[in-house]
Design a protein around this ligand. Sequence first.
Ligand SMILES: [Ca+2]
Ligand SMILES: [Ca+2]
Ligand SMILES: [Ca+2]
Ligand SMILES: [Ca+2]
Length: 347
Amino acid sequence: MRIAYLAVIMVVALSMVALAVSPTAVAPVKQSVVSGVAHPTGRIGGETIAEATVIAALPYTDAGNTCAAIDDYDEVCPYTGSTSPDVVYSFAPSADVVVDVFLCMSSYDTKVYVYEDVHTPGAPYACVDDNASCGDFNTYMYQSWITELTFYAGHTYYIVVDGYGGDCGDYVLDVYEVELCVVECPDGSLLEGEVDCYTDYVDDYNGGLNSSPPVYSYVDCAENIVICGTSGVFPFASTTYRDTDWYVLSLDQDATVTIGVEAEFGALFGFVDMAAGAFYESATTASCNYATLSHSYVGPVDAVIFVSTDAWDLSYVCGSDYYLTIDGCPITPVEESSWGSIKALYR
Ligand SMILES: [Ca+2]
Ligand SMILES: [Ca+2]
Ligand SMILES: [Ca+2]
Ligand SMILES: [Ca+2]
């Protein structure tokens, strides 16, 4: 079920997904743009935790419609105030297992969260509303996908299929085992140098336009640049932020720059149009899948490269590793290319 794909460029449906793939740190405000199927066809999952539909074994798939269900539960990740009806599944693994909970094939604005053993309102074991990588499976990308969640033997996990706002509709739930992704930095990698994020973290290191004043990591042109960094998602005040990393590459002439990312999280990366505060090009890639993206510049110009997570998914813990490759920067022979000149610009 794990699907590898390269450099999926979000050209289609940009107007629908602009919020989800903008280079923001804070989870975007959004409006529900897809209504649920307004003709309940009967639910499949259990109505409540007590009545949860049991998942006997993995991989597991089920499909249904939530519109006939009752709104029993809600969690904030990061959107509040949902009144969507919900259905519940349960799974009690006999051995520790790492799973993905995948709802990308659903046809409404889903939200999914998991409780461990008991209902812990306000403190789910995991919760995701929108995962931008769902856009690789579906023309619409406000569906939910929790990646690399560990289920421990001896515990029971309750998976609640819910929705954003008041949305309901047809869902497809897949729960399947995955390999835990570990990214090793290639030999010779340069280090990003930012600390790992944490609750209420303020990025004054390389948060780009998300920092005030803006700050960047500057990268000297070289052949085969590889930068090793970390990112993750963290609670901030009453909402959710992600660590965004912005790199500036000064091009002294025309150039086509190719960047590649492999991360321990689903990653969003791209080239930022600084005037618009939006992407020229962007791509997402699943964890442990290296993907590339290119953009052509008319120099001289500063190329601004963005790397972060593809969702405000708290299971993307701060300190998750990635590496970024940069190719195509024209090298002037007299230039020295050393990491020593890479630095954050402080106020
Ligand atoms: Ca609900
Ligand atoms: Ca959603
Ligand atoms: Ca970082
Ligand atoms: Ca950062």
